[in-house]
Design a protein around this ligand. Structure first.
Ligand code: SF4
Ligand code: SF4
Length: 332
């Protein structure tokens, strides 16, 4: 067997993940100061960070329906829809790579289970008979949101919702969710973090409906992890797969749990044994795959900026008027 070392893939992945993570943290912190200045009636010294809208996927799903059915691109939180579109297009083309390379929650989740592995000497696995039903939770949540928003909710109702004060300040409400955490939220976050220490990607694997949707879309992705006859059955791919997939037992990984993280490929020591490949079996160089993920995601943001669909149309004047009453706006 000709041996290869592709550990550089992991290094690139960590660099991409943590760069995005710190950009999101920076956006969150500047958004915090922006809101604080609005609350004090001052002219903000920092601009509003549109990327925080990436944490509003349910609103983005409604905005998507409105755009498709009525041709209206939500002007209040356009970045929410842009990031959502980028994630679903990525899933359809390049597996669940949004989860594996970009999502800051995935990055944090990765860090927590790795820390847990160091502290306890290993990560634990949930027995199969619990794992399957638990994994279905995120798909049930996905189905619920798709049914309510895409089927049950008429476009007129979505228009009504998206024009309400609640939606205008939904990003600020989201910020308050973290900065003014209720006891229930604290307990839930501590519980989830604790579980993530023991179990790899607990939130992503069992609960995240966004990941559930991207996983279902990833079925149509033309690229898959494929194993060839050069495989020596060393088992390193399976051992290191963050999604606990039996890579060394399958010829190709079709699972909606595969995030296209390329960790398996990075650990495989046998040349040409494991790659991310096109439908016909042609291997795609990891660098090309990674560049494609970055190009698609940043391409959406660039296009949105160029076409004026990145920044919210909400004026400071509207925010000064709405923010004092923010606690009275509840989800309709
Ligand atoms: S199969 Fe490979 S690419 Fe897919 S999640 Fe597992 S390690 Fe990542
Ligand atoms: S495909 Fe998996 S089992 Fe086969 S050689 Fe590569 S790492 Fe080892």
């Amino acid at each position: 067997m000709e041996r290869i070392n592709r550990s550089y893939i992991r290094k690139i992945r960590y660099a991409v993940q943590w760069s995005v993570f710190f950009m999101v943290i920076y956006a969150g912190v500047s958004f915090y100061f922006f809101v604080r200045e609005i609350e004090h009636g001052a002219i903000p010294s920092v601009s509003r960070a549109p990327s925080v809208e990436g944490f509003m996927p349910i609103g983005a799903l409604m905005a998507l329906k409105l755009w498709v059915t009525e041709g209206i691109f939500d002007p209040l939180h356009p970045a929410a829809l842009v990031i959502f579109l980028a994630a679903i297009v990525l899933a359809a083309l390049l597996k669940k790579s949004f989860c594996g390379w970009i999502c800051p929650v995935g990055t944090l989740s990765d860090a927590v289970w790795k820390a847990g592995g160091k502290v306890f000497g290993k990560n634990f696995t949930i027995p199969k008979y619990f794992d399957y039903p638990l994994r279905s939770i995120k798909y049930i949540l996905t189905a619920f949101f798709l049914y309510i928003i895409l089927i049950k909710m008429p476009a007129a109702q979505i228009t009504g919702f998206l024009s309400k004060p609640y939606w205008k300040v939904a990003d600020i409400k989201l910020l308050k969710f973290f900065t003014e955490m209720s006891t229930t939220t604290r307990i839930a976050l501590v519980g989830l973090s604790g579980l993530s220490l023991f179990y790899k990607n607990f939130w992503c694997r069992y609960l995240c409906p966004y990941g559930g949707l991207l996983g279902l879309l990833s079925f149509i992705s033309p690229v898959k992890i494929r194993r060839t006859s050069h495989c020596t059955q060393c088992g390193l791919c399976t051992k290191n797969c963050p999604s606990l997939l039996p890579v060394d037992k399958k010829e190709s990984i079709r699972s909606p749990e595969c995030t296209g993280c390329l960790t398996c490929v990075s650990y495989c020591p046998a040349k040409d044994a494991l790659d991310i490949s096109l439908a016909g079996g042609k291997a795609v160089k990891p660098e090309i795959f990674i560049a494609a993920v970055a190009a698609v995601f940043s391409g959406f943001i660039l296009l949105a900026r160029i076409t004026g669909k990145w920044h919210s149309s909400i004026t400071y004047g509207e925010l000064y008027n709405l923010v004092p009453f923010i606690r009275s706006f509840s989800h309709p």
